[in-house]
Design a binder for this molecule. Structure first.
Ligand code: SF4
Length: 205
């Protein structure tokens, strides 16, 4: 993986943001400002919900195990892995880390969502962020990720992770950190429909 991402901020290794912070930022950059610069928490549930406890257990049961083993050529897996990369300043819990026959590893993430023709941009970058952390933590190459869509009959989709995806994922982390460090007010989302039920709509001008 390339070692340089433009505008990389100077940071202590102990500085971390979470994968869901990046997902919120992708939804609207101002979330980062309101949450971190003004310290106003969201009063609603996170938009990028992770499956917890029983739901996750059920989802795992429903995904065909021989499919994971044969089709994804998985030889071993770790489940519910908490990852924190001092190198990339990001942390988060990935549902599964799959170790594949070809010697690479891949994140598998369960989404309470339908699959609609293509893997969402947010899911791609989430996979890339987990991929960066897996590579950093385990010292293995990551070339792909997998997303399980629990509302589409638990279909598992492969995300081919290229260098540009990792680079963009790192750039996103840096963009979030830049807002937190410099405290500037970022542009609003251009998708106005997102403002309708937004926690911050009364203070966002
Ligand atoms: S009201 Fe709209 S622009 Fe403001 S934070 Fe919410 S989603 Fe972003």
């Amino acid at each position: 993986m390339e070692s340089e991402v433009s505008h990389e901020p100077k940071l202590e290794p102990e500085v971390f943001i979470t994968v869901s912070d990046v997902m919120e930022y992708l939804f609207c950059k101002r979330f980062t400002y309101f949450m971190y610069c003004l310290g106003i928490p969201q009063h609603e549930e996170k938009r990028y919900k992770v499956l917890k406890g029983r739901d996750l257990h059920e989802a795992r049961e429903k995904v065909n195990k021989s499919y994971i083993r044969k089709k994804l050529q998985c030889v071993k897996k770790d489940v519910s892995v908490y990852l924190a990369s001092r190198r990339y300043h990001v942390k988060g819990e990935v549902d599964e880390v799959l170790f594949l026959e070809d010697g690479t590893a891949a994140p598998l993430d369960y989404k309470f969502a339908e699959f609609k023709d293509t893997v969402f941009r947010t899911h791609r970058y989430q996979s890339a962020l987990y991929g960066l952390m897996i590579a950093d933590t385990y010292g293995v190459e990551v070339k792909r990720g997998f997303v399980c869509y629990t509302r589409s009959n638990h279909v598992v989709k492969e995300v081919n992770l290229r260098e540009k995806d990792f680079k963009r994922a790192r750039a996103l982390v840096n963009e979030v950190l830049k807002i937190i460090q410099e405290g500037f007010y970022p542009e609003a989302t251009k998708y106005k429909a997102r403002c309708v039920d937004c926690t911050y709509r009364n203070i966002c001008v």
